[in-house]
Design a protein around this ligand. Structure first.
Ligand code: FMN
Length: 247
C-alpha cells in the first residue's frame, strides 16, 4: 500500500472480528515500531504483546472498560523504558523526548497495521499503576499507550479534520536556492583518503572514484545518490557496519 493511502485510510477501529492475528504479523508491527526515530537513538521503549484473553480482560478493567480491548485479539502495551534514556537528556528527555519517541513508535504500528489490512486503535485512557501491576513492571517502565489490533468488523467513518490552512502558517516565499548548481554531480577522484572519517556530511549525489577509502568511516551522513566506483574499501565502515557486507 502507498504510504499516503495508509495515512489517509487509517482509522481508529473499535470493533473487531473474532480471529487471531498471526505472530509474524505482530512481529512486523513491533519491527515497524522500533524503526521509529528516537532522540539520540535511545530507543526508550518496551512492548508487551498480549494475546491471553484473561490478561486482556484485566487490561480492559484498568482502561475504563472500553469494550474493544476485550474484542481485539491482541493488545500491544507500549511502554517508556526510562532505564534506557535516563541521564542522557535530563528533564527534557523525561518529560518530552520519551513521550515523543514512544508516540512515533505507536504511529508506526498503526500505519503498518493499516498496510497489512488490520484494524487498530490507540488507547490512552487507562490506569498506569494498574497496568504496571498486571505486567509486574519495575519503576522505570511506564505504560503510555495500549494499541488494540485485529481484523476490523466494519469500516469506521472518517472523523473530520481541520483544513490545512487553519492549522498551518506558511512563512515566506521560496528564495533562489541555486538549484542548477546543487544538482550538479560532485566528484572526488584519484586521491588517497585512507582512514578518512566523514561525520554528519551531506554526501548527496557525490561520486567517488579511483580513491583509497580503506579503513575510512562514514557516520550519520546523507548517503542518497552517493556512488562509489573503483575504490579501495577494505576495513571501511558505514554507521559501524563493514562496507563489504553492504555490497
Ligand atoms: C493519545 C491518544 C489517546 C487516545 N485514547 C483513546 C482511548 O482511550 N479510547 C479510544 O477509543 N480512542 C482513543 N484514541 C483514538 C482517538 O479517539 C482517535 O484517534 C481520534 O478520534 C481520531 O480518529 P481516527 O483515529 O479514526 O482518525 C486516542 C488517540 C490518541 C492519539
Amino acid at each position: 500500500m502507498e504510504l499516503s493511502k495508509a495515512i489517509l485510510t487509517r482509522r481508529s477501529v473499535r470493533n473487531f472480528l473474532p480471529g487471531k492475528v498471526p505472530d509474524d504479523k505482530i512481529r512486523e508491527l513491533i519491527k515497524a515500531a522500533i524503526y521509529a526515530p528516537s532522540a539520540g537513538n535511545c530507543q526508550p521503549w518496551h512492548f508487551y504483546v498480549v494475546k491471553d484473553s484473561g490478561i486482556r480482560k484485566r487490561v480492559y478493567e484498568e482502561a475504563c472498560r472500553q469494550g474493544f480491548l476485550t474484542e481485539a485479539p491482541v493488545l500491544i502495551i507500549v511502554c517508556i523504558d526510562r532505564d534506557e534514556s535516563a541521564g542522557r537528556y535530563g528533564e527534557r528527555g523525561k518529560t518530552l523526548y520519551d513521550i515523543q519517541d514512544t508516540a512515533a513508535a505507536v504511529q508506526n504500528i498503526l500505519l503498518s497495521a493499516t498496510d497489512m489490512g488490520l484494524g487498530s486503535c490507540w488507547c490512552g485512557d487507562f490506569d498506569k499503576s494498574g497496568l504496571q501491576e498486571i505486567f509486574r513492571m519495575n519503576g522505570g517502565r511506564v505504560p503510555v499507550a495500549i494499541v488494540a489490533v485485529g481484523y476490523a468488523g466494519f469500516e469506521p467513518s472518517v472523523p473530520k479534520r481541520k483544513p490545512v490552512d487553519e492549522v498551518a502558517d506558511f512563512i515566506g516565499e521560496w528564495e533562489d536556492w541555486g538549484e542548477e548548481e546543487t544538482s550538479e554531480t560532485r566528484k572526488i577522484e584519484h586521491c588517497d583518503m585512507g582512514g578518512t572519517v566523514f561525520r554528519d556530511v551531506n554526501l548527496y549525489g557525490v561520486e567517488i572514484s579511483d580513491a583509497n577509502l580503506a579503513e575510512g568511516k562514514i557516520f550519520d551522513c546523507n548517503l542518497s545518490n552517493l556512488e562509489i566506483y573503483d575504490c579501495r574499501l577494505d576495513g571501511m565502515k558505514v554507521n559501524g557496519v563493514d562496507v563489504n557486507s553492504l555490497l
